[in-house]
Design a protein around this ligand. Structure first.
Ligand code: ATP
Ligand code: MG
Length: 800
């Protein structure tokens, strides 16, 4: 009869089929971009479930972002329905949080532990660097943080590092002290930093083999996407999970961060380790700077003897022109296995190149071209704009707003980096994890309560003497040697925290209502006086802060809807793990803007890779790094292989960055794209114009060549930089916050038939007005340049 999973195999090529149906201990799927690696992983999970070879709870699938995890879960659910419930599909970090929540008590933490994001750990390290006067040894907080992180990714701790370091060097001694102190402080605060989430889970499994066995029994099928970007700690975690049940031999040797494992022999089928499937592409390894190690792929067959290797060569994503460009570019990297990616969808459109005079000119081309594509039937949501560094998004945002092109910045973390959001979260941490002194120190004088450093030190000293937490010391304000006013302020804060705690963390056995997090958050912000202080302020920014806090409350409500039994602790973990690629808002209906790193694994009908200039890509900082330029080329390769049908590469002749205007050079990667695949454009939409050809980009070197729009200052590089980046690209909120020097037309009333004059486009006639309030858009037919859409509130226009 037919296989129960026959429909799952429909449309797959023979290699993909094999990757879905192979049943063995270890399977490695290596293949270039767009060849169906992620799809195959998804179908493999579905096939295991459909054939009842595995319970959902026996499956652990690891993806690179939460967003990717969500998509994979959805796909599996579509394929097998209810049977998918209970699978663990998550990032390495989220999986480890779940494990640590259950096991933290085994090794001196509680399940209420806090997760320190990189900003939090930076703050802690900064304090320690100061206390140890470590900057005298060149140990800046940033450098210290990145060294510690690197070591942790190699599973090294302060003690093991000290054994290999030259301890007669005072700078090394101070670094080791800092590293050890940092770790002590984390433990004292009942906190893990990002690297610890993985590293401490590995430690837990090695130190407590019976705990490891629980998970080895549970997860019988482990699948890892984007394996080329795993670092050593993640590799070790997978290795621990796939060892035979009952094996408790730790690593038999450790040298320079590389662990050497024993061979894990077992003949007992009941004790066999989980089956492991990994998929990856060494050409897309872009996280070496964070410790990712391509060797994890190249040495897979050594680590898992007898592993099956499947190669996928057919690309289903891109047109041949895009693929040929990608192949040509990546072939300039040495030290790689050549892959033959091919497609049968045909040559497709030419790749389009554009050189702007300035980044605004470049951005205007992108915005205009987006409109051209949309008229040609491509949805906004099917278009993406990539850049190498976050700061490049600013010019794009300015122009997109002026042109009323809806967009969305991928990279939700920025929202959570805002001071007011960090404050609010610190209040929640103060309630959920009283051991976290850093959170307490953050909120104790926010809003201002007249509590200064002297009082904070008094509380800290008292806590140490009494061997209680900082938080508990607040409850004893009368015992502190501080004035009555300050005493009252402390007592008030203590009471507010206690009230919130009763609401959000009811006595054991009792379940907090799902709405508790949102309510608790509001209670804290109201009764602590935080909201009042913002409302009383005359600063326009503070109004925006209130909106952001309201948004956080909305996030908490949403969380309650999705997790009816979720607690404040789960909420904080979810928030802490929002990664660069995870968006706060629905991106549907808008163009996605993101860094090239964030673009990994995604695909769009049309892709704009912007800022293709020397010093940006390859980035300046990569020049001195071993393998740096090659990693940059992989990053460019990742960018261009996201495109299905249309690919644009653009650059600017001059770029204003860090307050300086520099002359930009075309990236070497542009020359690696075969000339016959690339058409250089003068302006949007003029598909047949080849006037500029390749020479235009090269002319940029000499500062000549004709620019789009005919004026280098078309959109004025003297435009006041917008005060700050928006996290969400929410047009309305953004428009309400345009800095004073940018045009504000207030409530200018326009009606169809009105004539207007635009600073750049000249005169035109209003055809229609759509949208409301700050989002009102005028559809104008300009006499010279044709139809444009303008955001009325800020467009440089006047009514005639
Ligand atoms: P990346 O390296 O960028 O992560 P990938 O190898 O994971 O890419 P997928 O994202 O799985 O590739 O697949 C790329 C596209 O090709 C997707 O749109 C997918 O649906 C499609 N695809 C994969 N296999 C097939 C197939 N056999 N038939 C038709 N479409 C396919
Ligand atoms: Mg993929």
């Amino acid at each position: 009869g037919a296989r129960p999973d026959e429909d799952l195999l429909a449309g797959l090529n023979p290699q993909q089929r094999e990757a879905v149906t192979y049943r063995g201990q270890a399977l490695l799927i290596v293949a270039g971009a767009g060849s169906g690696k992620t799809s195959v992983l998804t179908r493999r999970i579905a096939s295991l479930l459909r054939g009842r070879e595995a319970w959902p709870s026996q499956i652990l699938a690891i993806t690179f972002t939460n967003k990717a995890a969500g998509e994979m879960r959805e796909r599996v659910e579509q394929l097998v329905g209810e049977a998918a419930r209970g699978m663990w599909i998550s990032t390495f970090h989220s999986a480890c949080v779940r494990i640590l929540r259950r096991e933290a008590e085994q090794f001196g933490f509680t399940k209420a532990f806090t997760i320190y994001d990189s900003g939090d750990s930076r703050a802690l390290i900064k304090r320690l660097v100061k206390e140890h006067e470590a900057d005298a040894y060149g140990l800046t907080p940033a450098a210290t943080q990145s060294r510690i992180s690197k070591l942790k990714n190699e599973l090294s701790d302060a003690e093991s590092y000290a054994r290999s370091a030259n301890m007669s060097d005072p700078a090394e001694r101070v670094f080791v002290e800092l590293f050890a102190a940092y770790q002590r402080e984390l433990q004292r605060a009942n906190a893990f930093d990002f690297d610890d989430l993985i590293g401490q889970t590995v430690f837990l499994f090695r130190a407590f083999p019976h705990v490891a066995d629980v998970y080895r029994r549970r997860f019988r099928h482990i699948l890892v996407d984007e394996y080329q970007d795993t670092n050593h700690a993640q590799y070790a975690l997978i290795h621990e999970l796939t060892r035979p049940i009952g094996s408790d031999a730790g690593p038999i040797a450790s040298s320079g961060g590389m662990m050497i494992f024993d061979a894990d022999p077992t003949d007992d089928p009941d004790k066999a380790g989980a089956s492991l499937t990994v998929v990856g592409d060494s050409d897309q390894s872009i996280y070496a700077f964070r410790g990712a190690d391509i060797r994890n792929i190249s040495e897979f067959e050594r680590d898992y003897p007898g592993a099956k290797v499947v190669l996928l060569e057919q690309n289903y994503r891109s047109t041949q022109n895009i693929l040929s460009a990608a192949n040509a570019v990546i072939s300039n990297n040495f030290d790689r296995k050549d892959k033959k990616l091919w497609t049968d969808v045909g040559a497709g459109e030419q790749i389009v190149g554009f050189t702007g005079y300035s980044q605004h000119d470049e951005a205007q081309f992108v915005a205009d071209e987006v409109e051209v594509l949309r008229k040609a039937g491509i949805d906004y949501a099917q278009m993406a704009v990539f850049y190498r560094t976050n700061s490049q998004s600013r010019a794009l945002e300015e122009i997109f707003i002026r042109s009323a092109v809806p967009y969305k910045i991928m990279g939700g973390t920025k929202f959570y980096e805002r001071a007011e959001i960090k404050d609010a979260l610190a209040y929640l941490v103060a309630v959920s994890n009283p051991a976290d002194e850093m959170a307490m120190r953050r909120i104790i004088n926010r809003p201002r309560r007249g509590i200064g450093d002297v009082t904070i030190e008094a509380i800290s000293r008292y806590a140490q003497e009494e061997q209680i937490t900082f938080r508990d010391a607040l409850a004893n304000s009368s015992a502190l040697s501080v004035g009555p006013k300050i005493q009252a302020a402390i007592a008030h804060l203590d009471a507010v925290l206690a009230e919130a705690s009763a609401l959000m963390l009811p006595a054991s056995g009792e379940l907090a209502p799902p709405t508790a997090v949102a309510e608790g958050l509001q209670l804290l912000l109201n009764k602590s006086g935080y909201y009042d202080a913002l409302r009383a302020s005359k600063d326009a920014q503070d109004e925006a802060r209130i909106e952001n806090l309201d948004e956080l409350v909305a996030v908490a409500r949403e969380f309650a809807r999705n997790n009816p039994e979720g607690t404040v602790i789960d909420f904080l973990a979810e928030v802490a793990l929002v990664s660069d690629a995870d968006d706060l808002e629905d991106a549907s209906g808008s163009v996605s803007l993101m860094t090239l790193h964030t673009a990994k694994g995604l695909e769009y009908d049309a892709v704009f890779v912007t800022g293709v200039e020397e010093d940006l890509i390859p980035h300046r900082i990569s020049a001195g790094e071993p393998g740096g330029p090659q990693e940059e080329r992989r990053l460019f390769y990742v960018g261009i292989t996201r495109a299905r049908k249309r690919l644009y590469v653009s650059l600017a002749m001059t770029r204003a960055q860090f307050g300086e205007v520099t002359v930009a050079m075309p990236s070497r990667f542009l020359q690696e794209i075969p000339a016959e695949l690339l058409t250089w454009r003068q302006s949007p939409g003029d598909v047949n114009s080849r006037g500029g050809t390749q020479s235009r980009a090269l002319n940029a070197r000499r500062g000549s060549g004709s620019g789009y729009g005919g004026s280098g200052k078309r959109y004025g590089d003297d435009l006041v930089p917008l005060a700050k980046r928006e996290p969400s690209g929410n047009l309305e909120r953004f428009a309400n916050r345009i800095p004073a020097k940018v045009r504000d037309n207030g409530d200018m009333q326009l009606a169809p038939g009105d004539r207007i004059r635009h600073d750049d486009f000249g005169e035109g006639r209003v055809d229609a007005v759509t949208g409301e309030g700050a989002k009102r858009v005028a559809h104008v037919r300009f006499d010279k340049v044709g139809p444009k859409k303008l955001l009325i509130k800020i467009a440089p226009i006047e009514k005639l």
